[in-house]
Design a protein around this ligand. Structure first.
Ligand code: HEM
Ligand code: HEM
Length: 186
């Protein structure tokens, strides 16, 4: 269990695995779609579905255990902003893989996890590079959400990391050290 002085192994592991997954998938997603690196698509989708599994465990864990206790440093409005950012990050960790799956699944491109097919693809026999959507409007919504929520994720994570560094360097409190696994004085 989390205590005000120390976060549990589960909280630490889930925070950092999901953080690395989300940052890595954002970087790969932006690169592959702009540089048209088609070989990266199945890798992005496979890791994306696996990260969704971790995110679901994390959400249940967070809702059952509550948020980590607040550390003293920072003003009241900064605490409110940080709390809002944590909620937004949790929602975005769910919305990003779900919108990606709407885009790929409903768009007829298929979803597979390292070769294990979850949703079949549906390609045009005369043009195998193109897909026939199962539901074009769901696919279009998914595509637009995946792109725009991706930009919102980048903004929110930037703010979140800036906040963590401000705690560490300006307030010199234990917020970042506690998330790195250390026991702090609360
Ligand atoms: C290098 C990147 C990151 C750093 C340095 C970092 C640092 C931190 C720190 C210090 C806390 C503790 C805040 C507190 O005690 O109130 C925290 C909490 C949190 N972080 Fe991050 N974080 C990073 C990336 C991410 C990413 C990418 C996400 C999700 C997309 C994320 C989601 C959260 C959430 C939801 C919390 C609330 C507490 C919890 O649920 O564990 N973080 N982070
Ligand atoms: C789990 C977290 C995920 C993150 C953070 C993420 C992030 C991103 C980002 C930032 C882009 C670039 C979007 C753009 O500017 O057009 C992208 C592209 C893409 N993602 Fe994800 N993604 C995730 C999961 C998934 C999943 C689960 C799927 C499907 C199963 C998926 C399918 C795609 C596809 C097909 C593209 C290319 C879109 C295009 O070419 O227009 N993503 N992803």
């Amino acid at each position: 269990m989390d205590t005000p002085q120390q976060l549990s192994r589960s909280s630490l592991l889930l925070h950092w695995l999901v953080a690395i997954g989300m940052i890595g998938l954002t970087a790969v997603g932006l690169y592959m779609s702009r540089a048209e690196q088609w070989f990266l698509y199945p890798i992005h989708k496979s890791f994306g579905v696996l990260v969704l599994g971790l995110v679901l465990v994390r959400v249940v864990w967070r809702l059952r255990n509550g948020w980590p206790a607040q550390v003293a440093g920072g003003t009241a409005w900064e605490h409110r902003l940080a709390h809002a950012a944590h909620w937004l990050l949790i929602v975005l960790t769910l919305a990003m893989p779900i919108s990606g799956m709407m885009h790929s699944g409903a768009g007829g491109h298929g979803i597979a996890v390292f070769g294990l097919q979850l949703v079949p693809s549906q390609h045009k026999p005369e043009a195998p590079g193109e897909a026939i959507p199962f539901n074009a409007s769901v696919a279009e919504w998914g595509e637009a959400l995946h792109e725009w929520l991706g930009y919102l994720l980048i903004l929110t994570v930037t703010l979140h990391v800036a906040g963590a560094l401000k705690h560490h360097w300006v307030y010199k409190d234990g917020v970042l050290r506690r998330m790195l696994g250390q026991r702090i004085k609360a």
